[in-house]
Design a protein around this ligand. Structure first.
Ligand code: AGP
Length: 612
């Protein structure tokens, strides 16, 4: 977590850093800070830091700002040391010769700190980052590159650093291990940032830095070397196809609302790209990889949070349509469980950011055990996308709201299409079934637009119930993960307690919660388990629970039993989670708004979880 940025060039560095941090703020918003230099003279750093959101820092930076050409910036998600101005980055070395911003954790910082203290260093903050700044400065004797190499050799953990020295104001350095860094290339200026969204206002030409690489940026040069042996590396410049408008609110009050409304377009574009002549194509998979994937004996799906819920839906799809035994795991459990993986098994990692620390560790574990790894990723060029044996991009565009919405939908539809492809390759799906599947999937963008038309009703429902502190979400089969996802959306942005449960498990405990005050959201679209779900709803109804249902249009039974119903058009069961989740996203959004929550930046959260 944390967003970091660096700039060197002819522009005024401060506005460039601030604009970049605006795009990185989703990664953390406990504090923000910048350190800048004038590249033509050796002088002290201009430093500004503030606790809280970037707006706090911006309000400080209003007048008489110096004109600087080199700078680094940071937006923080606190790990070591509480959110405070003192702990805010950038941090300086003992004599203030080095300034540094950091994303990650220096795990052996305590022992390094003790060692430096014994050598006479004084520390102002509680952060591991300040120790890194002191250590680099300790090794600094006029060559920043060498100092960074020596210091990093002493550090354990994972990091991305951007470093400048007041003694070498025309050079900016950055290096990484595990955490992401992208270099932005342009004429007479260079950038480095945690992700490409911060670079988009200036350039679409990027270089992805790999682990243990060190980059030196000057106004007109980019020099990349190995951190370990200092050997020069040539790297290709890639062109990104995201545009800066996709990372703006586009007239909506919040990114989350904008991203909810983008979903029909995301679906339509995914289908247009993947369905060609009544067949399914994945541009990033060659036929050899496709055959290996189709011949898998077992599938493991590994992911976190919302992406884990997409993985749960994917498991039902794999088992029904590809007939491969499939397990789904939370990344943080999978990586430490010593999973039994054989050669010929495939491990599918689902992730929006492509940077989630536990999912990345799970990928490395799976590769080490000999599995074929496939990443389903939104952020092009992210670490997981680059390290997996094969990648499929979800192409949802940049998702800025911390609560994942359109990326989830893109994951669901992409997995569905991938499953259909494998089902065909394994001859588990006939051409006639394929036709039915494609007809149904092609209706989804329009059907989703119809679901979104219920937004005023959903807002009214939120108005009725926004003061409630406990919500129960129930579903079965393909929509059990939807219940979990609906509950996650609600709790992460409203801070109310919400619990998702398999409806069949109700009688084994949660039914004790039901009384005339308990609100229960029931997912009851047409499905194999529809009648079982109706029985569950009857049981809640009999105990006078308040029922809000999501059901297939014109379902009189559900209507009779529920206080409110949000409708989805008729679709095949495997596609139903793509429609049923949307009213739940909107419901969470409006409950949060009515409780005056910060929807795009909920407390304690960050968009990409790049620490364990
Ligand atoms: C969902 O709203 C959350 N932002 C979170 O659960 C997220 O899905 C999870 O951290 C996984 O992130 P990833 O998809 O980038 O790996």
């Amino acid at each position: 977590m944390c967003g970091i940025i660096g700039y060197i060039g002819r522009r005024d560095a401060i506005p460039v850093l601030i604009k970049g941090l605006e795009h990185l703020e989703y990664r953390g918003y406990d504090s923000a800070g910048i350190a800048c230099l004038n590249s033509s003279t050796s002088s002290n750093f201009f430093i500004a830091k503030e606790k809280g959101k970037l707006s706090e820092l911006k309000s400080q930076l209003t007048k008489n700002l110096p004109h600087m050409h080199v700078g680094i910036g940071h937006t923080r998600w606190a790990t070591h040391g509480e959110p405070s101005k003192l702990n805010a980055h950038p941090h300086l070395g003992e004599k203030g010769r080095i300034a540094l911003v950091h994303n990650g954790i220096v795990e052996n910082y305590a022992e390094l700190k003790d060692e430096l203290k014994r050598k006479g260093h004084h520390f102002k903050s509680k952060t591991d980052t300040e120790v890194a700044a002191h250590l680099i400065e300790y090794y600094y004797h006029g060559d920043l590159r060498e100092a960074i190499r020596k210091a990093v050799r002493r550090m354990r953990g994972f990091f991305a650093f951007v470093v400048i020295s007041r003694d070498e104001p025309n050079r900016l350095f950055a290096c990484k291990r595990s955490n992401p860094l992208v270099i932005g290339v342009s004429a007479h200026e260079h950038f480095v940032a945690s992700d490409i969204s911060a670079l988009l206002p200036y350039t679409k030409k990027v270089i992805y830095l790999e682990d243990d690489e060190l980059v030196e940026l000057q106004e007109n040069t980019v020099t990349i070397t190995q951190l370990g042996n200092g050997r020069r590396i040539q790297k290709k410049v890639s062109e990104v196809n995201w545009n800066v408008d996709q990372a703006q609110k586009g007239g909506f009050k919040h990114f989350m609302l904008k991203e909810i409304h983008e979903q029909p377009r995301v679906l339509a574009e995914t289908l247009k790209k993947r369905i060609v002549d009544h067949d399914i194509e994945f541009d990033t998979l060659d036929s050899k990889i496709e055959r290996s994937l189709a011949n898998a004996k077992k599938v493991f799906i590994v992911s976190c949070g919302t992406a884990y819920h997409a993985g749960m839906v994917a498991r039902y799809m794999f088992e029904e349509y590809v007939r491969i035994p499939t397990e789904v795991h939370v990344s943080s459990e999978f990586r430490y469980a010593d999973p039994i993986i054989d050669k010929g098994d495939i491990v599918v990692l689902i992730t929006q950011s492509g940077e989630t620390a536990d999912t990345l560790a799970a990928l490395r574990e799976a590769k080490q055990k000999g599995a074929l790894t496939l990443a389903i990723v939104n952020v092009v060029g992210s670490t997981i996308a680059r390290e997996a044996d094969a990648v499929i991009y979800t192409h949802a565009g940049p998702e800025i709201g911390v609560a994942s919405t359109k990326a989830y939908l893109a994951q669901l539809v992409t997995v569905a299409l991938f499953v259909i492809k494998l089902g065909l390759l394994r001859k588990k799906i006939s051409r006639s079934v394929l036709s039915k599947l494609i007809d149904a999937v092609e209706k989804l963008p329009y059907q989703l637009s119809e679901v979104l038309k219920q937004e005023p009703d959903i807002r009214r429902a939120a108005r009725k119930f926004f003061r409630k502190k406990n919500f129960l979400y129930l579903g079965r089969g393909y929509n059990f993960p939807t219940a979990l996802e609906g509950a996650l959306k609600l709790k992460e942005i409203t801070y109310a307690h919400a619990h998702g449960y398999a409806a069949g498990e109700m009688k084994h405990g949660p039914i004790a919660l039901i009384d005339s005050e308990q609100l229960v959201v029931c997912l009851a679209p047409h499905s194999k388990t529809y009648e079982k779900m109706i029985s569950n709803i009857e049981e809640i109804h009999a105990r006078r629970g308040i029922i809000i249902s999501i059901a297939t249009s014109k379902d009189q039974t559900v209507s009779r039993l529920s206080r409110l119903v949000f409708w989805i058009p008729k679709t095949l069961e495997l596609f139903s989670p793509i429609l049923t989740v949307v009213p739940l996203q909107l419901f969470a959004y409006y409950v949060a708004i009515l409780n005056s929550r910060d929807v795009d930046q909920p407390r304690n959260l960050a968009k990409s979880v790049t620490v364990e």
